[in-house]
Write a protein that binds this ligand. Structure first.
Ligand code: GCB
Length: 591
C-alpha cells in the first residue's frame, strides 16, 4: 500500500544544537504520526517550585519514609490542544507556569527517525523526555520540534513540558498587548516517524509574476543526500523529475496549464513529492499576487480587499480557537459579512484556520507578534524577530491563500533601532519568499486640520501603505469626513486601511452624538462617517474593520460596557449583529 505522507518542514541548520528547537513545519497530519493530544496530567506551579524541585525528574518515594513534595499523580488534567486559562476556573487569569506530563509507548526501529512536534506552546516551552531536557522554544504561535531518535526508549516514555506564559520585556509581543494571554499547549502535539533520509521541506508555488511556472525547491534530510525527485500532479497528468545535490537540495521549475486558485474558484491540486526514500503529499493552489503601480492584482486582475480583522478566539467558548469547528465559526462570519480577505492578527493563527480559509477562497494576511512596544534595542530581539518570521513563513509558504506576510503592527518611528531591525527583517523575509507581499502596519501618523499625513519611512519596505486609524473613536473628526485631505508621502503605492472602528456593547442604545459612546448607534455613525471618508482616499485598495467579534482583553475595564472585552466587534461575543455590521455588509455588497 502506497504511503503518502504529508511534508515535514524543518530548517536543517537548526539541527546543529540539539537543545535548540527545530523550526518546523506544517502538515503533520498524513505523515506517520502518533498524536499525543488528549488529557495531560498537570501541576499548576503558582509558587514557581518546579524548577528547583526538578519536576521533570518525577521522583517517586521508594519507601514510606521518603519525603517528596510534588507529584503529577492525583492532580488535575488539562486537554491538549487547548489554552489552560479556559479549562479550570483557578487558571482563568493565570500568567505563569503549568507543567504538563504525558506518557507514550514506543517500539524502537533501527530504520526510522522520530520527532516530537508541537504546533504551539504559549509562550516559553521547556521540554523533557524521560527526565532529560531535550530543548526549549520561545514564541507562542509557531511550531517547533525536537529529534528524539536517540533519546526515545523501548516501551514507556514520559514527556514533561514546562509551559510558561509570563510576559517578557524583550518578548514578541512585549509586555503590553490588547488580547487575552491564553497560555499552555494550545496546538497539537505529535510524534512523527520518518525514514532515515526524508523529505524535509519543499516550496512549490508559482514564480513571482507568472501564471503558469512553478519555481521552487525540495530539501532532503539524512544520509542519502543525492536522490531522484519526482513531483506529480495527477489531475494535470504532470510528472516532473529532478535530482538533489550533495546537500540534499534540488531546484524545481516546471510549467503547466493550471486552473488558477481564485476567490470564486479556490482550486487546490493534490501534489505528490517523491524521493527514493520518502513520499509526501499536499494540497496546493497556484495563483499570482502582485502590486503593480497603485493596484493589488490577483492573477493579473485588480482586486479590492474587502477585509476584516480576526483574533484567534472562539467567542462562544471564550477560549483560544483551534479546531476546525472553531475556525468555521470565524470564517463563516467573515463570509457572511461579505469579506474576501482576512487580516489574521496579531500572531500566526493555527494551520486549521489557514487551510480552511484557503479552501473557502479567502486571501490571508499572516502576522508575527511585532506589536507596539517591542524593545528593538535589546540585544536578543533581532534574533527573535528573525526566528519568528522564519517559523511563520516556513509553516505556510505553500499555502497560496496567504498573500501577505505582515511583519509589524504599530511600532513607533521614534523607537531606537526600530527602522534598522525591521528593514533587515523585511530583507530576510524577501530572501526567504519573494512571491508574497510584505506589509508593515503603521498607526495613524498625523491627523490635523482634517488632513492625514502619512510619512513613515518604513513604507519604503512595505508593499502597501497600510495604516490603522480610529477617527471618530480615539480621535475626533476635525472636519467633514467627505472633505478629508490626504498628504501621503508614497503616492504610487496602494493604500490599505488595516484598522478602523469603535466600541459598542450589543443592545446599548442612545442618540447618535459623542455623548453616547458605547452605543450601537454611535458605532454605526463611525462606520457611516468612515465610509464617506474612504471616498477621499487616493489609491485605496482595501479596508479592514477592527474587528469581526468582540474579544477578551483584560485591559478593557470599563465595567459597564467592556468588562474585560474589546467591544469593537461588528458581532458581539454571542454572535449578535450590531448596527455597524449592516453598514459594512451593505458597503461590501456594493464594492
Ligand atoms: C490598534 C491595535 C489593535 C487594538 C486596537 C484597539 O490599533 O492594532 O490590536 O486592539 O487598536 O482596539 O484599540
Amino acid at each position: 500500500m502506497a504511503r503518502i505522507w504529508v511534508a515535514l518542514l524543518i530548517f536543517p541548520f537548526f539541527w546543529a544544537n540539539s537543545l535548540q528547537a527545530q523550526t518546523a513545519m506544517v502538515n503533520v497530519a498524513g505523515r506517520n504520526t502518533t498524536s499525543l493530544n488528549g488529557n495531560w496530567q498537570v501541576i499548576i506551579d503558582s509558587g514557581g517550585g518546579g524548577d528547583w524541585r526538578q519536576f521533570w525528574q518525577e521522583k517517586k518515594p521508594q519507601k514510606k519514609t521518603d519525603f517528596i513534595e510534588y507529584s503529577f499523580d492525583g492532580g488535575p488534567m488539562l486537554k491538549v490542544p487547548g489554552d489552560f486559562n479556559s479549562q479550570r476556573c483557578e487558571l482563568t487569569y493565570v500568567e505563569g507556569t503549568v507543567w504538563y506530563k504525558k506518557q507514550f509507548n514506543y517500539t524502537l526501529k533501527s530504520d526510522k527517525r522520530l520527532f516530537l512536534h508541537f504546533g504551539a506552546v504559549n509562550y516559553l516551552a521547556e521540554v523533557y523526555l524521560n527526565g532529560e531536557k531535550i530543548g526549549s522554544h520561545e514564541g507562542g504561535f509557531t511550531p517547533f520540534q525536537f529529534e528524539i531518535t536517540n533519546k526515545v526508549k523501548e516501551g514507556e516514555n514520559t514527556v514533561i513540558v514546562k509551559a510558561n506564559n509570563n510576559r517578557l520585556g524583550n518578548g514578541l509581543p512585549s509586555y503590553g498587548f490588547d488580547w487575552f494571554n491564553y497560555g499552555g499547549i494550545t496546538r497539537d502535539v505529535d510524534l512523527i516517524e520518518t525514514d532515515i533520509t526524508y523529505i524535509d521541506d519543499y516550496f512549490i508555488q508559482l514564480k513571482k509574476g507568472s501564471l503558469d511556472t512553478v519555481l521552487g525547491w525540495v530539501q532532503l534530510n539524512g544520509t542519502k543526500a543525492t536522490q531522484k525527485i519526482k513531483i506529480h500532479i495527477p489531475e494535470l497528468k504532470l510528472s516532473y523529475q529532478t535530482k538533489t545535490d550533495s546537500k540534499g537540495f534540488a531546484r524545481v521549475e516546471f510549467s503547466s496549464d493550471f486552473q488558477l486558485w481564485s476567490l470564486a474558484n479556490p482550486k487546490l491540486y493534490q501534489v505528490i513529492v517523491e524521493s527514493e526514500t520518502d513520499t509526501v503529499a499536499d494540497e496546493i493552489g497556484f495563483r499570482c499576487i502582485e502590486v503593480k503601480g497603485n493596484k493589488v492584482l490577483l492573477n493579473k486582475e485588480p482586486v479590492f480587499l474587502k477585509a476584516v480583522n480576526i483574533h484567534e478566539e472562539n467567542p462562544y467558548k471564550r477560549a483560544r480557537a483551534y479546531s476546525t469547528e472553531d475556525t468555521k465559526i470565524l470564517l463563516n462570519a467573515a463570509k457572511d459579512l461579505g469579506c474576501n480577505f482576512l487580516r489574521l492578527v496579531h500572531y500566526p493563527h493555527n494551520e486549521n484556520m489557514i487551510k480552511e480559509a484557503e479552501k473557502m477562497g479567502f486571501l490571508i494576511s499572516s502576522e508575527i507578534p511585532v506589536y507596539q512596544h517591542i524593545q528593538f534595542s535589546d540585544s536578543l530581539v533581532p534574533q527573535k524577530l528573525e526566528t519568528m518570521m522564519r517559523e511563520m513563513v516556513n509553516r505556510d509558504k505553500n499555502r497560496c491563500g496567504v498573500v501577505v506576510w505582515s511583519l509589524s503592527n504599530e511600532t513607533y518611528p521614534g523607537t531606537p533601532n526600530r527602522n534598522e531591525a525591521l528593514i533587515e527583517l523585511t530583507q530576510k523575509c524577501k530572501a526567504l519568499d519573494s512571491t508574497r507581499l510584505i506589509v508593515h502596519v503603521i498607526n495613524t501618523q498625523g491627523y490635523g486640520n482634517n488632513t492625514f499625513n502619512v510619512w513613515d519611512p518604513l513604507y519604503n519596505y512595505s508593499d502597501l501603505v497600510a495604516f490603522n486609524e480610529y477617527i471618530g473613536w480615539y480621535i475626533p473628526w476635525q472636519g467633514k469626513p467627505s472633505e478629508t485631505k490626504w498628504n501621503i508621502a508614497f503616492p504610487d503605492k496602494p493604500v490599505f486601511i488595516s484598522e478602523f472602528g469603535g466600541e459598542a456593547l450589543y443592545g446599548s442604545k442612545g442618540p447618535t452624538d459623542e455623548a453616547a459612546y458605547w452605543t450601537e448607534e454611535y458605532q454605526e455613525k463611525i462606520y457611516k462617517d468612515q465610509i464617506e471618508m474612504f471616498n477621499t482616499i487616493p489609491n485605496l485598495c482595501g479596508l479592514c474593520p477592527w474587528l469581526l467579534f468582540d474579544y477578551r482583553s483584560l485591559g478593557r475595564m470599563n465595567q459597564v460596557y467592556q468588562n474585560g472585552y474589546n467591544r469593537k466587534g461588528l458581532l458581539s461575543e454571542n454572535g449578535e449583529k450590531k448596527k455597524a455590521w449592516y453598514i459594512m455588509h451593505e458597503y461590501y455588497k456594493k464594492k
